[in-house]
Each structure stands twice: as structure tokens, then as C-alpha cells.
Design a protein around this ligand. Structure first.
Ligand SMILES: Nc1ncnc2c1ncn2[C@@H]1O[C@H](COP(=O)(O)OP(=O)(O)OP(=O)(O)O)[C@@H](O)[C@H]1O
Length: 262
């Protein structure tokens, strides 16, 4: 089953400082791709290629200028009802700034259920928080901590626990492991793969890091300057890239790997 289908997506932004009052910059042009049930689709490309803009459209944080997005077969409305907001969750790059620094971890997770009571677990909240934390490999003691008292990797696990507490069907990860050390990155990637299997999650995984994408993606969408230049099964795109831009991205990733930068 297709969980997410994006067709003809176009996003523009006003050009700041332009003398032409209606001048707009096209960040995404005619993007089309799908994410299947239980599938991890990665969107890759250099900085500024439009990856985050697509992610923000999918979760409803930005309205596209044109295009159709459907979720489980139904068009995604511009104004999302709570049920759709719940079903499509996003995990951001910087776990520290995406968690409320004034709330303890337990309260951060409970807040998700206060916002969406339809998925609030029955029984004592403390037990449910502990189970949510255990699901991402965190000890129950983390519930009493503030985000600043946790490492970056632990904070990202809390972000994931909060998103998963809402039982989403599509998880959008925007550079979700980019801010983490390589060893912590691998742990979080393994966790995502496990969660996909145990929860039958679909994922849209935004990353500039092809090494990371290689570890996790079933399919890859390659973006350049707002347009999709190539897409296909990850193994095919990595082993036999069709587009020269994809080849250049892969070469650059290999070079970084050679000099130990990834
Ligand atoms: N709110 C905005 N106003 C104006 N321009 C924007 C806005 N958001 C993004 N852009 C521009 O749209 C283009 C695509 O940005 P986007 O953040 O989607 O790219 P990206 O591939 O995710 O890059 P990065 O990895 O650096 O975030 C960029 O040129 C960016 O400057």
C-alpha cells in the first residue's frame, strides 16, 4: 500500500530585498515520489536542494504552491485535522532545540498524549512513560531529567519516543542523526530500522549524508536545486547511479570517507 504520494509539488518563497515586488524563488519544482507501507525512503541532496522544504510540506508546516499530496489514499488537506497531525510525525535535526528545555522528559512525553488523547494509553501515566522510554532504549530514570541533562543521542531518543508515543503511521526524519557522533548515529539508525520492523512504520528520511542513507533506506530520491534528478531502489542508485549529479554526490561521499570525515 502507498502511504504517502506526492505529485507535482511546487514550493516558492518571496525573494527578500528584490526590487520586483512579486519576485519569488522556487525551492521545489514538480517533485513526485511515494512512500510505501513499512518502507524507508530517503531524500538526499546538497544543502539548499529543497529536502527540508519537502519534509515541511508533508507534515503540514508549509503549504505548497502547487501539487497534490495523498496520505493512505486521501488528499492531505491544507488544514490538518488532529488525527492527521498525529499520524504524520516529524523528528528534527537538533534534538536539544526541538525539546522544551523547561520540561522534564516524562512531561514531554505525557504532553503528546494530552494533545492527542485518542492515543493516550490506559493505566498509570508513569508506567506508560517508562514503556515509551524503554521502546527507544532509555532507562525509566530519564523521565525525571531535563533535556540539558542528557546527551545528544539520548535527547534524540526522547524526540523519537515523543513522536512514537502518538503511534504515527509515517515518521518524517529531517537530518535526524546529523548532529550525532558517528557511533551514536549508528545506534539511532539501528533503532529506526528496528522500529520500522516492530511498528510497521513508514519513513521519509531526509539526509545530506549518503553513508547514513546507505545504511537505512529502501529507496532513494535524489534532489538537486529543487528538482528530483533520480530515484529508485537504494541498491540500484548506489551501485549504478544514472544521473551525473548522483555520481558526483557518491564520489564526494567516498572521498570524505577516505579522509575519515564521515
Ligand atoms: N522560509 C524560507 N524563506 C526563503 N527561502 C527559503 C525558506 N526556506 C528555505 N528557503 C530556501 O529554499 C531552498 C531549499 O531549502 P531547504 O532548507 O529545503 O534545503 P535543504 O536541501 O533541506 O538544505 P539544508 O540541508 O541546508 O537544510 C534554499 O535555497 C533555501 O534558502
Amino acid at each position: 500500500m502507498t502511504v504517502l504520494a506526492v505529485e507535482g509539488l511546487r514550493v516558492t518563497f518571496p525573494v527578500r530585498g528584490s526590487l520586483l515586488r512579486r519576485s519569488r524563488f522556487t525551492a521545489v519544482e514538480d517533485a513526485a515520489f511515494t512512500v510505501g507501507e513499512n518502507e524507508i525512503v530517503a531524500v538526499v541532496g546538497e544543502s539548499g536542494s529543497g529536502k527540508t522544504t519537502i519534509a515541511r510540506c508533508v507534515v503540514g508546516l508549509r503549504r505548497p504552491d502547487a501539487g497534490v499530496m495523498t496520505f493512505e489514499g486521501a488528499p492531505l488537506p491544507a488544514r490538518r485535522p488532529p488525527e492527521l497531525k498525529r499520524a504524520i510525525q516529524m523528528v528534527f535535526q537538533d534534538p536539544r532545540s526541538s525539546l522544551n528545555p523547561h520540561m522534564r522528559v516524562g512531561a514531554i512525553i505525557e504532553e503528546a498524549w494530552l494533545t492527542h488523547p485518542s492515543v493516550a494509553p490506559p493505566g498509570p501515566r508513569a508506567d506508560a512513560v517508562e514503556a515509551a522510554l524503554a521502546g527507544v532504549g532509555l532507562d525509566g530514570e530519564a523521565a525525571a531529567r531535563y533535556p540539558a541533562q542528557l546527551s545528544g543521542g539520548q535527547c534524540q531518543r526522547v524526540s523519537l519516543a515523543r513522536a512514537l508515543a502518538l503511534s504515527p503511521r509515517l515518521l518524517v526524519c529531517d537530518e535526524a542523526v546529523s548532529a550525532l557522533d558517528v557511533s551514536v548515529q549508528s545506534q539511532v539508525l539501528r533503532l529506526l530500522v528496528e522500529l520500522r520492523a516492530t511498528r510497521r512504520l513508514s519513513m521519509l528520511f531526509i539526509s545530506h549524508d549518503l553513508g547514513v542513507v546507505h545504511q537505512i533506506a529502501d529507496r532513494v530520491v535524489v534532489m538537486r536545486a529543487g528538482r528530483i534528478v533520480e530515484q529508485g531502489p537504494a541498491d540500484t542508485v548506489f551501485a549504478d547511479p544514472r544521473h551525473e549529479y548522483t555520481r558526483a554526490l557518491l564520489d564526494a561521499a567516498l572521498e570524505l570517507n577516505d579522509i575519515g570525515m564521515t
